[in-house]
Write a protein that binds this ligand. Structure first.
Ligand code: CUA
Length: 356
């Protein structure tokens, strides 16, 4: 499993010493991340922080214990037989006695593995049943996650919030449960939603709706990624889940629901550039004519930490470079370079960075 799945910490160096200042700054950030991977960010299935992941973790420990026992017995017998019946000087070279059709032996090595497999299947079926049929309390947050090549559309239909790649949820308290229920769909090919510390993998299959739920026990950032090969940039289809206190979650929802204010005069030309280019065919942006669904909603673009589903940290400099040459950070990305003039690009970025 890849370590901390921020692409930021895994990106190749993108230039030499003569690079523009923004690239050096990004690289500074990259080496900082690479030098000190935060253990809390390592997406390990052995450090669950949410109910489904905890249940799966317990099952996996049980399965590992049983299979480790089998390994020790089998390996021990092989080691013993190898040593005990090794070739010795003076062997007469004849075959040892051959035994066929011993009922007790045949029964033993058929029934014992059968019982082990039955026990493992029953334990697994019980956990699957328990997780799939868990009733959701009315306080559950409803989220729709739609997989795209190569990003995540995230919608909160009851809250009227639309975002991308960064799922925000409240922390749950055993006394006052606040799980998050996810409806998983795909806009193109099969993807798989996987945030190892929060829940098991679930595929997003075209023409089908799958379900998953998480119930995080502590606040913080949890990393995940698409876990089903879905094309060129499958590896940069990263997920961030931010678990908030209920108060912070309410604040986040309020900030995402707020309609964009009037466009400040200095950035009005940038908004015109946006509305006059093909941006509006693929992106939605409240308060403009743009209502595309092919790419992420940009209404609160700068509230997100990364661009390109975790391909690079989100800042003015990276945003500008992303629009100039999206495939610099994400080769094969479906967003085309718009070939704007430098003046238009600057105006556009001046406008986009006001979208908080
Ligand atoms: Cu989406 Cu792999």
């Amino acid at each position: 499993m890849p370590a901390a799945s921020t692409a930021n910490s895994r990106s190749r160096p993108i230039s030499g010493s003569g690079s523009p200042s923004w690239i050096r700054r990004v690289q500074g950030g990259v080496s900082l991340l690479a030098a000190a991977p935060d253990p809390a960010l390592i997406p390990s299935i052995f450090q669950p922080e949410s109910v489904p992941a905890e249940t799966i973790h317990q099952l996996s420990l049980f399965v590992l214990a049983v299979t480790a026992g089998i390994f020790l017995v089998v390996f021990g017998l092989i080691a013993y037989a190898t040593w005990r019946f090794r070739r010795r000087p003076g062997d007469d070279g004849r075959e040892p006695p051959q035994i066929y059709g011993s009922n007790p032996v045949e029964m033993a090595w058929t029934v014992v593995p059968l019982l082990i497999v039955v026990v493992l299947s029953l334990a697994t079926a019980r956990v699957i049943q328990e997780l799939q049929n868990a009733p959701m309390p009315p306080s559950a947050v409803e989220v729709e996650v739609i997989g795209h090549q190569w990003w995540w559309e995230i919608r909160y239909p009851k809250l009227g919030v639309v975002t991308a790649n960064e799922l925000h949820v409240p922390v749950s308290d055993p006394k006052e449960r606040r799980p998050t229920h996810l409806d998983l769909r795909s806009a193109d090919v099969i993807h798989s939603f996987w945030v190892p510390r929060l829940a098991g993998k679930t595929d997003l299959v075209p023409g089908r709706q799958n379900r998953l739920w998480i119930e995080p026990r502590r606040t913080g950032l949890f990393l995940g990624q698409c876990a089903e090969y879905c094309g060129t940039q499958h590896a940069k289809m990263l997920l961030r889940v931010v678990v908030h206190t209920p108060e912070d979650f309410a604040r986040w929802v309020a900030s995402q629901k707020s309609a964009p204010g009037p466009v400040p005069d200095p950035v009005a030309p940038g908004r015109r550039v946006f509305e006059q280019t093909a941006c509006i065919n693929c992106h939605a942006l409240d308060g403009t004519i743009a209502d595309g669904r092919f790419g992420p909603d940009l209404t609160h673009l700068m509230s997100r930490d990364t661009l390109g589903a975790g391909a690079v940290a989100n800042s003015r400099e990276t945003l500008k470079e992303w629009i100039r040459r999206p495939d610099r950070f994400k080769p094969g990305v479906l967003m085309p370079a718009m070939n704007l003039s430098d003046a238009e690009l600057n105006q556009l970025v001046d406008y986009l960075v006001t979208l908080r």
